[in-house]
Design a protein around this ligand. Structure first.
Ligand SMILES: [Zn+2]
Length: 304
């Protein structure tokens, strides 16, 4: 009986791990400052600002933002686990374990590493892992999504979704924006716009947009049907280096977006983090199916 319980436990654990056919192999960069877990879904989650390691061998950054996005590393890990349960497949994950006071992996290398050789190497490793994850997604699916997960404490308290479109551009009316092909081409979801059966406005802030689906779950979001754009005096992040570099703005079939989580109601307690991750876990497969036209389901190399 005792053996049976242990066997059940073991098979349950292995079962969860091999649902997507391949056990995940956690990897670390040479300095143990970046973690990468390969996946088998067309989804990659990056958490560049949730790290807490401050190696003395790397000098402190002296300009730019140096604050940690509290809770985002934990939320990225929770999201990965929840997606495994929901879809049977695992998103790839790239986590910066290093604190932002030593390296900002969401900036170009000069501001990111500020001339420190070890920080520069760590930045390259971060970029290298995302590149690896993207190559794997491309090989298996030919298309995919990169999410850069962040936290902010803007007084508006909304989830800010960044597609590399400025607040000024978002404030333009639907008709103007829809016609502005330059805006679409400069966005991190450029390729997704061509693929999605929805028009660009719907994809960006209609009921089936990510903001629309989050709003329906009670999370005020921008852009969304309720808040199509930030007002002139409001704070908003449109997306940073990773969203720009790893989305389809500069070509390719992997689109990207930045999710900026507010503090109150989303990151401030463990319960709120769990609730938000649950909402995202429900929403992402629906959103993916609607706009990518394919299920968010695992695929192994033997079944191309
Ligand atoms: Zn951040």
């Amino acid at each position: 009986m005792r053996c049976l319980s242990i066997c059940c436990l073991v098979s349950a654990f292995v079962g969860l791990d091999v649902q997507g056919q391949e056990p995940a192999e956690r990897q670390f960069d040479s300095n143990g400052l970046v973690e990468y877990i390969p996946g088998n879904l067309p989804l990659i989650i990056g958490a560049p600002h949730g790290g807490s390691l401050k190696p003395p061998a790397i000098k402190d950054r002296t300009f730019g933002v140096t604050d940690q996005d509290a809770g985002t590393q934990e939320m990225a890990r929770m999201l990965r686990e929840a997606m495994i349960k929901k879809t049977g497949g695992a998103p790839a994950m790239v986590i910066a374990l290093i604190h932002r006071s030593k390296l900002d992996p969401n900036r170009e290398i000069v501001e990111a590493a500020q001339g420190d050789p070890l920080a520069e190497q760590t930045w390259q490793n971060w970029q290298g892992f995302i590149g690896k994850a993207k190559a794997r997604v491309n090989e298996r699916f030919g298309v995919g999504l990169y999410i850069d997960l962040h936290g902010q404490r803007h007084p508006e308290g909304r989830v800010e979704l960044g597609y590399m479109i400025s607040a000024e551009k978002l404030r333009e009316g639907d008709e103007t924006l829809e016609k502005a092909s330059l805006v679409v081409r400069a966005s991190s979801i450029r390729e997704l716009d061509q693929r999605s059966p929805a028009n660009f406005i719907e994809l960006l802030r209609g009921p089936t947009s990510l903001g629309g689906m989050l709003q329906a779950r009670g999370y005020a979001s921008v852009p969304s049907p309720d808040v199509p754009a930030p007002k002139e005096n409001e704070l908003y992040f449109r997306g940073g280096y990773n969203t720009d570099t790893h989305g389809s703005r500069q070509g390719g079939t992997i689109s990207a977006l930045q999710i900026e989580c507010p503090w109150v109601g989303v990151r401030d307690t463990h319960e709120h983090r769990v609730r938000f991750v649950d909402a995202l876990t429900d929403i992402l497969p629906m959103w993916f199916k609607t706009h990518f036209g394919a299920p968010l389901a695992p695929r192994s190399p033997s079944k191309p």
